[in-house]
Design a binder for this molecule. Structure first.
Ligand code: HEM
Length: 213
């Protein structure tokens, strides 16, 4: 599969694929196919895609560890930036269309509906990730610190699921399924790290026990 992932058109193809939901939405908007409540449809659509991309970016690491899939890492940044892009659209749509740029409505929603706070936390956590997604930022921060910052993506996904759960309009099982998915990915990540740490410690202790030559 690496041959496909490393193909020179692969990134361009993925970029076009990631734009498809937006193009589909624009088409439905233009042809009045968003149902009676356009505002709700757009909010839900963009919210769903933000969460899909967020979970998509979390899937890259476990998938790239499968044999012959290491090339998938090339797409992680793009998927993450699309999660941020759809998240911004989702929040902007709410602020511009739903709240009509009215600070008072925004303030009332944030102070009376807890799902807004979870959403804002999720989007807020994605800001440093997007801002440090360039190669220059990795160099500036150093690989270790950059990785630490980029673990926020798990917190952003958790906040997104809580936001979905608290929003309370969708069928209850939907956010629960997403929660199970994010939980499984987090468990995998922690498990992988713990096994690696255990192996490193074992190696170190057996090296210190072996007699000097
Ligand atoms: C990590 C960031 C976020 C994620 C992953 C996310 C995701 C979602 C999801 C999955 C839904 C439910 C869609 C459905 O019912 O199918 C939703 C609904 C909603 N979100 Fe977000 N969201 C985020 C941030 C925000 C922010 C920052 C705001 C506004 C300030 C916001 C405003 C809304 C609103 C108003 C709805 C309700 C739509 C409706 O049913 O009327 N979200 N979001």
């Amino acid at each position: 599969m690496n041959k496909i992932w490393n193909h020179r058109w692969a990134k361009g193809m993925l970029f076009a694929l990631c734009l498809l939901p937006l193009l589909g939405l624009a088409w439905r908007w233009e042809h009045n196919q968003l149902g009676i409540n356009r505002i709700e449809t757009v909010a839900r659509f963009t919210g769903d895609w933000t969460l899909r991309f967020l979970v998509g970016v979390l899937c890259v690491t476990p998938l790239r560890r499968l044999p012959g899939q290491s090339g998938l890492i090339r797409f992680r940044r793009m998927i993450g930036l699309f999660a941020f892009f759809y998240g911004c659209l989702h929040a902007l749509h709410y602020y511009a269309i739903d709240a009509q740029f009215n600070q008072e409505i925004l303030w009332e929603d944030v102070t009376t509906r807890r799902f807004f706070i979870a959403g804002l936390i999720g989007l807020g956590l994605m800001v440093p990730l997007a801002a440090t997604s360039s190669r220059a930022a990795i160099k500036r921060l150093g690989g270790r610190r950059w990785q630490q910052v980029h673990r926020f993506v798990y917190l952003a996904a958790i906040a997104g699921v809580v936001h979905f759960f608290w929003q309370g309009k969708a069928a209850l099982w939907e956010p629960i399924y997403w929660g199970i998915g994010v939980g499984a990915l987090l468990t995998y990540r922690v498990g992988y790290w713990a096994i690696g740490a255990w192996h490193r410690r074992k190696k170190l202790s057996s090296a210190s026990l072996s007699p000097p030559r």
